[in-house]
Structures are given as structure tokens and as C-alpha cells.
Design a protein around this ligand. Structure first.
Ligand SMILES: Cc1cc2nc3c(=O)[nH]c(=O)nc-3n(C[C@H](O)[C@H](O)[C@H](O)COP(=O)(O)OP(=O)(O)OC[C@H]3O[C@@H](n4cnc5c(N)ncnc54)[C@H](O)[C@@H]3O)c2cc1C
Ligand code: SF4
Length: 469
């Protein structure tokens, strides 16, 4: 049998049509396509793909089950270690993880592991899988989880399954973290996918308290000393946007990507006036940055009516940190990439509204500490991009509220919580942390991995605590 060197494509909306709507870009594999893709897997004994997965999903096993048509077994296999497969199948940077190590990638395209994971999770959801509630012991120990992003959801799921009573405290009015407020609907449907996976946690018995800002509603010390929690996990993410520090950043029409995307996703600005949150998008929008956040900002702006949506990135295409699929989709939709370009000022009119982004061209020098070639300014290369909206997507840092209100919690120079990489143990007894709040902005699966490792450590800590009583 000859093996196709290319992945089976995933049916998707026509780029011209989808650039004007918020429906999901890709429709996902049909059963036929999923089986054909599963046939490409060689079932390698050493399974290098698995080593590239931060939570070590047994990839060959679930692909074999797809081949055999046993989708129940396939979803059960994935869920042994990953409680958010429909999310991960859609947004994990597979090309840097599992698929990078697939043996087929040496000669052609790797097996579409992410696409298959998505297929299995969607099939199980459509079938309406049932989650049985946990039966708690009357003296079950209590764990508080701060933040309901992938780190918090992972720790909560694993601890609930071990019989602990878990309460998640979330500052926003809906749980999910970046999955809800950052990643747009056209990449990750909120009601259909994210909330369904979160509801499975609720069905297990996890309580989710929204509109609860820890550090303000309760402090960590109050949770432990007054509210009776035996352990606390902090998964508050990296929600504080960075700015460029160039003149004009305070003009009307300049957004952080965080604000722009939150307004659009969580507060449904794209359905104004049905929803009360407005959003201003002019004819031309410039998004500064080259990661997933920048791609999301530029593609959202296009869908909100911008005629031109630029990505302004100071390095070249080869260094773009965004997922390959997002870059590919962005190009198809007509996003205008301005590579090797760095902004030096935002320009405005006398009423204080943005009229342009002043930029310089760059060239690449020697690699810097990040290993990427350093951008160097080309002399006398200044020019102005005429735009009416500027979205800044150059990174996010930790919100300091929990750290500044918790006694004895060590943080590093950047304000991230210091926690052990393998256990999430912090400097404060009974307090664990993981995800972006520890590592800085990273990925969904790494945040989930940190949550899972912390769940193991919290379980040991609580068993010891009980034994000492
Ligand atoms: C626009 C965007 C697109 C992205 N695209 C991708 C992608 O395609 N693939 C990928 O793998 N990664 C992507 N990422 C990164 C990924 O989403 C994050 O790495 C991941 O969500 C981190 O998970 P977390 O649980 O640590 O934090 P978060 O998801 O940030 O969740 C933290 C939660 O804690 C809550 N919180 C904060 N402070 C408090 C408090 N004091 N009290 C109570 N609650 C609090 C926040 O409201 C939030 O809900 C993207 C990020 C953004 C912003
Ligand atoms: S490395 Fe690729 S071919 Fe081998 S088991 Fe993993 S997915 Fe299948």
C-alpha cells in the first residue's frame, strides 16, 4: 500500500465568505476523512509523537481505535490524560509538539494528530457523552482553584476525580480564561465547545464561582484560614497587556489586543447593538506583533468590517511565533503582512484619534538570547502606514493582584509566581501555582500540563496533611 505524503485536508469555509463572519473556519474531518487519516499512522512502537505531547496522550492507541471505528475507546484513551480534547485539537501548536516528532514528517507531512483529536472529541460531544458525578466522602478535603483557564480547569478535573471538593474562583463572568476571552469564536466556538467541556467538570461536581476576584473578594489567606480550604492552586494566567512605550499610544483607536478581543469575544461586541458593548474599527487596522494573539486581532478586525488589516512584525515570516495554520488562514483571508517593520510612534489628529502608524524597516542580524535573529533598524527607512485603529499584541505579563495580597508568596523579577516546575509547589505551604502565571505567556497544553502535575502534588500534600491529623 502506498502511503500519501500529505495530510488529508480539513473541509473549511471559503476564505472570502469566512472573512466576514464569526462562524468556525474549519468544519473538521468527516468519519471517512478521519479513518483515511488514521490509516496513515504507522503505529510506531517507540511513538515519538507521544513524547512531543506535554501531557503524553497515547497517540498511536487512539489513532488505532479510530481505524477500528471504536470512537468510544478513542475518546476514553485521550481523556485518560486530557480533559479538553476538543479545545486542544483546535488550538494546540501541533507543528511544534506531537506532529513535529511524527516519523512521517521526515519525508512528507506528519499524521494530522490534532485534526484526529478534534474529530474524536467532536464525535463524542455530538453523541452526548455522559459524565457521572463524583460521590464525595462527608469529610472530603477542600481545594480552591483561582482562575478558570486551562491550568485551573485541568487541576480541578484531576482533583475532583480523586474525590476532593473543588471550587474554582473566576474573576470574569464566564469561566474558561483565554479560551473564552482571548481566542476568537471562529477558531474556538464558545458555547458549542468550551462551555460544554467546562460543563463536564461541573457534572463531575466541581463548583465554579464567577465574578470572584481573589485578592479583592477574598484573599488567599482568607480562603485558607476562614473559608476552610485545605489547599489553593493559583492559575491566574498572564492577562496584563504589554505596550510598546512609543509616543501616541494613548490616542483614541489604540487597543491592547487583550481589550479588543475581550470586548469582541466575551462581551459579544460583534453583535452590537444586540449586545451593549461597542467596538471601534475603522477602515484600516494595524496589529503589532506576530503571535497567535496578533493573528486573532487582525482576523477579528477584518470580520468587524475593516477593509485592510495589517500585521506589523519586526522580524521575517520565518520567525513568526503564531501557529502555522493561523498564519495560513490569515493569508488566505487577505491579511496584509508587513514583515521586518517596527512601529516608532502612533500618529493622531487634533481630536485625539489615530490617523497612522509611523514605522521603520528592519533587517535581521545575529541571533539574540532568544535564538532568533535580532532585528536591526534600516537607516532612513521611516514611513507611515495610514490606519485608524492600532491593536498592540506584543505580549502579556502577570496581573499582580494575588501576589501582592498573599503573605509569603515569592515572585520573580517579572512578577510571575515562583513555583517548582514539576509540582507547582510555591514558597507558601499549601499553595500551588501553574500555567502562564508561573511561566509567562505560553500555550494551552503547557498550562494544562502544569495543572495536572500540580494535581498530583496537591493530592500527596493533602494525604500527608490528613495523616498528620
Ligand atoms: C488571543 C490569544 C490567543 C491564543 N492562542 C493560542 C493558541 O492558539 N494555542 C495555544 O496553545 N495557546 C494560545 N494562547 C495562549 C493560551 O491561551 C494560554 O497560554 C493559556 O490560556 C494559559 O492558561 P492559564 O490557565 O495559565 O491562564 P488563562 O487562560 O489566562 O486563565 C486565567 C484565568 O484567571 C482569571 N483570573 C486572573 N486573576 C484572577 C483573580 N485575582 N481572581 C480570580 N480569577 C482570576 C482570569 O480572568 C482568567 O480567566 C493564546 C492566548 C491569547 C491571549
Ligand atoms: S509518530 Fe506518527 S506515524 Fe508514528 S505512531 Fe505517532 S502519529 Fe503514528
Amino acid at each position: 500500500m502506498s502511503l500519501s505524503l500529505k495530510k488529508n485536508g480539513m473541509p473549511e469555509q471559503d476564505p472570502k465568505v469566512r472573512a466576514k463572519n464569526f462562524e468556525e473556519v474549519s468544519f473538521g474531518y468527516t468519519e471517512e476523512l478521519a479513518k483515511a487519516e488514521a490509516e496513515r499512522c504507522l503505529q510506531c512502537k517507540a511513538a515519538p509523537c507521544r513524547k512531543g505531547c506535554p501531557v503524553e496522550v497515547d497517540i498511536p492507541a487512539f489513532i488505532r481505535q479510530i481505524k477500528e471505528g471504536d470512537m468510544d475507546a478513542a475518546i476514553a484513551k485521550i481523556k485518560e490524560v486530557n480533559s479538553l480534547p476538543a479545545v486542544c485539537g483546535r488550538v494546540c501548536p501541533q507543528e511544534e509538539q506531537c506532529e513535529k516528532y511524527c516519523v512521517l514528517a521526515k519525508k512528507g507531512e506528519s499524521v494530522g494528530i490534532g485534526r484526529l483529536e478534534r474529530y474524536v472529541a467532536d464525535a463524542a460531544r455530538k453523541k452526548g457523552e455522559d459524565t457521572a458525578p463524583i460521590e464525595y466522602a462527608s469529610d472530603a478535603q477542600k481545594v480552591a482553584v483561582i482562575g478558570s483557564g486551562p491550568a485551573g480547569l485541568a487541576v480541578a478535573g484531576d482533583l475532583a476525580k480523586k474525590g476532593y471538593k473543588v471550587t474554582i474562583f473566576e474573576a470574569l463572568h464566564l469561566p474558561g480564561g483565554v479560551l473564552m476571552y482571548g481566542i476568537p469564536e471562529f477558531r474556538l466556538p464558545k458555547d458549542e465547545v468550551v462551555q460544554v467541556e467546562i460543563n463536564n467538570l461541573r457534572k463531575l461536581g466541581v463548583e465554579i464561582v464567577v465574578n470572584a476576584v481573589i485578592g479583592s473578594t477574598f484573599t488567599v489567606d482568607e480562603l485558607m484560614e476562614e473559608e476552610g480550604f485545605d489547599a489553593v492552586f493559583i492559575g491566574t494566567g498572564a492577562g496584563l497587556p504589554y505596550f510598546m512605550g512609543v509616543p501616541g499610544e494613548n490616542l483614541n483607536g489604540v487597543y491592547s489586543a487583550n481589550e479588543f478581543l475581550t470586548r469582541c469575544n466575551l462581551m459579544k461586541a460583534y453583535r452590537f447593538p444586540d449586545y451593549g458593548t461597542p467596538i471601534h474599527v475603522g477602515k484600516k487596522v494595524a496589529v503589532v506583533g506576530g503571535g497567535n494573539v496578533a493573528m486573532d486581532g487582525a482576523r477579528t478586525a477584518l470580520r468587524l468590517g475593516a477593509e485592510t488589516s495589517y500585521i506589523v512584525y519586526r522580524r521575517s515570516e520565518a520567525e513568526l511565533p503564531a501557529r502555522l495554520e493561523e498564519v495560513h488562514h490569515a493569508k488566505e483571508e487577505g491579511i496584509d503582512f508587513q514583515f521586518l517593520t517596527a512601529p516608532t510612534a502612533v500618529i493622531g489628529n487634533k481630536d485625539g484619534w489615530v490617523t497612522g502608524l509611523q514605522c521603520v524597516r528592519m533587517e535581521l542580524g545575529e541571533p539574540d538570547a532568544s535564538g532568533r535573529r535580532r532585528p536591526i533598524e534600516v537607516p532612513n527607512s521611516e514611513f507611515v502606514l495610514e490606519v485608524d485603529t492600532v491593536i498592540i499584541a506584543i505580549g502579556q505579563g502577570p496581573n499582580p493582584l494575588v501576589q501582592s495580597t498573599t503573605k509569603g508568596l515569592d515572585v520573580n523579577k517579572k512578577g510571575n509566581i515562583t513555583a517548582h516546575e514539576e509540582t507547582g509547589v510555591t514558597s507558601k505551604p499549601g499553595v500551588f501555582a501553574g500555567g502562564d502565571i508561573v511561566t509567562g505567556a505560553a500555550t494551552v497544553i503547557l498550562a494544562m500540563g502544569a495543572g495536572k502535575k500540580a494535581a498530583v502534588a496537591i493530592d500527596s500534600y493533602l494525604q500527608e496533611k490528613r495523616a498528620k491529623k
